[in-house]
Design a protein around this ligand. Structure first.
Ligand SMILES: [Zn+2]
Length: 440
């Protein structure tokens, strides 16, 4: 018998590996943060000894969900300014609120709330873009989930930096502190082409290449952005980025709502990944990203929630359901995006988008043990004919029962072990008076 740290079982083990293997009455053996074996429960329990054995009755195990675009700290601006177009929402509400309220303390507290929400809804990795990355990293580590912390860059002063040098220095500080960390991956995030010049994008690219980190940007989110970039530079956003040699596998572009066929091909050819943020795009009425066309053209499409101020939650389970349903309606074709494709977008495609597919995104031997268990003993998950269907079309965030990241139990039977839920909520409510001055 070999020793494992944890054995977790499930009536269904949804591996999301290349062959889409589905194991019934399965189990996963975990040691030193990694999956060391996966297979039938009988054989795993015959071969491994473990002090921690998690029962699998009425449970489905799946890879932890990967949220590829968010601004986690914006959970504190949830519901602050709704029912507005993006430009007005950002310029008149979010940016002024950020200018007056953001601080290291704000990010520390807000990230605890965001991580709590993500753990409870089965997210084990999030790709962030915001400010005060060091504080974001600190709370992420405390919560135990995996964070790709994108340090935001703008061409004008903000609370996080006054000069370009300071913005880039913020990135360097995070790289120096966290490069090689087991949970935190530093990333560089020039915000968008309407807030950063092509020169700033090139500078960010040079830094990313030098340190081998990924680049996280907003791209072609609104029709206004496309016409603005066309009038400033004579090129559409994707064309402009391609013309300066910016697009590559290193780049994860959030939104990509307003693309023409040529731009879709450019994303596919360059290996640029997309984070589809449908609920945010719907709420800000930005439009519908042509993801069915993108997938057909070979673009790697993943899913993001965007910040909670424009969604208004961080639920990837909710997002999956919306994605699968809305695109059927847009295409007038119920086969346009199926349950399996949608779950891939929320797992393995997300891992590819972050250049982490060798580490996360599926349940396979050797990968990090980032595992979510769903409680199937619910009226809305009964009866069960197809587990993929239930995960995508029927499950809700509160069905998430147990969460493991990096081989560590973060939540068991719905109880979060790394953060004190009451304390986090109490702490968050203390910020309300200060933030509510910016209410719409
Ligand atoms: Zn965003």
């Amino acid at each position: 018998m070999k020793q494992a740290d944890i054995i977790i079982c499930g009536d269904y083990v949804v591996t999301m590996n290349e062959k889409m293997d589905l194991i019934t009455k399965g189990a996963i053996a975990i040691k030193d943060g990694r999956i060391i074996d996966i297979g039938q429960e009988n054989s795993i329990r015959k071969n491994y000894l473990s002090k921690t054995l998690i029962d699998g009755k009425d449970k489905a195990l799946l890879p932890g969900l990967i949220n590829t675009h968010t601004h986690a700290a914006m959970v504190y601006y949830r519901g602050l300014a709704d029912d507005l177009p993006l430009k007005e929402w950002w310029e008149q509400h979010m940016f002024p609120a950020e200018t007056k309220t953001l601080s290291h303390e704000f990010i520390l507290d807000a990230l605890e709330l965001a991580c709590l929400e993500m753990i409870k809804s089965g997210v084990t990795t999030f790709n962030d873009m915001y400010f005060f990355g060091d504080s974001a990293a600190e709370s992420t580590i405390k919560s135990g989930i995996r964070g790709i912390i994108g340090v935001g860059i703008l061409d004008f002063p903000s609370v996080s930096a006054k000069t370009q040098e300071e913005y880039f220095n913020n990135v360097q500080v995070l790289i120096d502190k966290y490069k090689g960390h087991e949970l935190i991956t530093p990333c560089i995030s020039p915000h968008a082409l309407y807030t950063c010049s092509p020169e700033t994008f090139k500078k960010a690219q040079e830094m990313a290449e030098k340190h081998d980190i990924s680049i996280h940007i907003h791209l072609s989110e609104t029709e206004w952005e496309v016409s603005e970039i066309l009038s400033r530079y004579g090129k559409r956003p994707v064309n402009l980025l391609h013309s300066i040699g910016f697009l590559s596998q290193r780049v994860l572009a959030a939104h990509c709502v307003w693309l023409n066929d040529e731009e879709i091909d450019l994303l596919a050819q360059t290996g640029t990944s997309v984070s589809h943020c449908l609920e945010s795009n719907m709420k800000l009425a930005s439009g519908f990203a042509p993801i069915v066309k993108m997938i057909k053209s070979g673009v790697n499409v993943s899913i993001g929630t965007d910040g909670a101020a424009s969604n208004n939650d961080l639920s990837m389970i909710g997002e999956m359901s919306t994605v699968a349903k809305v695109h059927k309606a847009i295409e007038k074709d119920p086969t346009a995006i199926d349950d399996r494709t949608t779950l891939k977008m929320a797992t393995i495609n997300g891992a590819k988008a972050l250049a982490m597919e060798h580490l996360i995104g599926s349940l396979e031997k050797g990968k990090y043990a980032d595992i979510v268990s769903i409680n199937l003993k619910k009226p809305h998950l009964t009866p069960l004919y197809d587990i993929y269907s239930h995960i995508v079309y029927s499950s809700i965030s509160s069905d998430v029962d147990t969460v493991i990241v990096n081989g560590k139990l973060l939540m068991e039977n719905g109880y979060v072990l790394t953060l004190d839920e009451d304390e986090v909520i109490k702490k968050s409510n203390k910020w309300v008076d200060q933030i509510s001055k910016f209410k719409k």
